[in-house]
Design a protein around this ligand. Structure first.
Ligand code: NAD
Ligand code: IPM
Ligand code: MN
Length: 359
């Protein structure tokens, strides 16, 4: 039997609180379906590691992590101790880039038992896959300041779009659309205002789309697209977006579907040359950290996505994934809920209920 080595990084804040529940569900599903997981824990985060070493990770982080198939990641960030652009560029963003995890897949579904803030929406009305470009675009460290501190101060932040980078994420999104009943794809753009990058993005979308005559696709400017997420979420099936637009849409979508506390994600290198990373969409939530009330479902669902990835299409792993999602659904319908879902349960109560529903 294959033994899957995974690196577990709980991180900061509620990352530390939801990770034990992510592991509990993962272990329950793995043991039920005869999947062997070997987990190694890493304390690379702001709270302990940075405070001690003045950096987020050791110098040989990439070498160390290459021994693992996947990284199971909570959240990092503790802005009172380390500025966010430092902690994130020295950990999560370093993983995405260094391990070429160019697909960030973020499912958004209105789940049974979850109240949505949108009027008259029911289960089935929100069911989309956000495919976010994850290694380039608006996320760069390129740029700088000149005339610093003067009234002529200038700050420049570059964006980078490469043919390889744009085409591969579009291809992934169109391939995904082909596997879905509606075969719909929406591309987020802003080619009216961003006069260089987004016309290029549109041009490549038109080109890649030629290989997918069965996919019905359109492009929508990001401003009206966000409005339509709220007004007509049922329009969307696969949504493909650049790094920044995808980031924004993947908090908005889950908010429309009730809470960001349940939204999972998979940061993948589909070629498997490097470890892929599975994490909640949310962050370390300093405002509720330490209270034990964070919703563990995003973490648990991310573990399900990791199992599916590890299985490379194998039915047993797919079943383990489905069992976790079904357990989440059953607990959402009639089990304990955390306060973001108007419940009074704590993180551990929800985690234990899901693990026991997995069986
Ligand atoms: P956040 O996602 O941490 O929190 C936003 C809001 O959502 C907060 O009110 C929080 O309480 C709530 N929330 C988040 N997760 C929840 C959960 N599981 N259950 C219940 N409520 C939940 O975003 P932020 O406040 O912008 O960022 C806080 C820190 O986290 C920053 O340092 C930021 O850079 C970092 N961050 C890290 C990641 C990551 O590691 N993947 C992602 C986003 C933000
Ligand atoms: C996310 C987060 C990160 C991002 C931050 C923490 C850098 O918001 O994973 O969505 O912007 O990608
Ligand atoms: Mn985000």
């Amino acid at each position: 039997m294959t033994k899957h080595k995974i690196a577990v990084m709980a991180g900061d804040g509620i990352g530390k609180e939801v990770m034990p529940e992510g592991m509990r569900a993962l272990e329950a599903a793995a043991s039920k379906y005869g999947i062997e997981i070997e987990a190694t824990h890493f304390d690379w985060c702001c709270a302990e590691y940075y405070v001690k070493h003045g950096r987020m990770m050791p110098e040989d982080w990439a070498e160390q992590l290459m021994a693992y198939e996947a990284i199971f990641f909570g959240a990092v960030g503790w802005p009172d101790v380390v500025p966010d652009h430092i902690s994130l560029w020295e950990s999560l963003l370093a993983f995405r880039r260094g391990f070429d995890q160019y697909i960030n897949l973020r499912p958004v579904r209105l789940m049974p038992g979850v109240p949505t803030p949108l009027a008259n929406r029911k289960v089935g009305d929100i069911d989309m896959m956000i495919v976010r470009e994850n290694t380039e675009g608006e996320y760069t460290t390129m740029g700088g300041r000149i005339f610093d501190g003067t009234d002529r101060e200038v700050v420049i932040q570059e964006a980078v779009f490469t043919r390889t980078g744009v085409d591969r994420v579009l291809k992934y999104a169109f391939d995904l659309a082909m596997t879905r009943p509606r075969k719909l794809l929406t591309s987020a753009t802003k080619s009216n205002g961003l006069a260089v990058s987004m016309p290029y993005w549109d041009e490549r979308t038109t080109e890649v789309a030629k290989n997918y005559p069965e996919v019905r696709w359109n492009k929508e400017h990001i401003d009206i697209l966000t409005a339509r997420f709220v007004l007509n979420p049922d329009r969307f099936d696969v949504v493909v977006a650049s790094n920044l637009f995808g980031d924004i849409l993947s908090d908005l979508g889950p908010a429309c579907a009730g809470t960001i506390g349940i939204a999972p994600s998979a940061n993948m290198n589909p070629e498997r040359h490097f470890p892929s990373l599975f994490e909640p969409v949310h962050g370390s939530a300093p405002d509720i950290a330490g209270k034990g009330i964070a919703n563990p479902i995003a973490m648990i669902w991310s573990g399900a996505m990791m199992l599916d990835f590890l299985g490379r299409g194998d039915a047993r792993y797919r079943a383990a994934h489905d069992a976790i999602v079904a357990a989440i659904e059953s607990v959402l319908v009639s089990g304990p809920k955390t306060p973001d879902l108007k419940g009074t349960a704590n993180t551990e109560e929800v985690g234990k209920a899901i693990a026991s529903a997995i069986g």
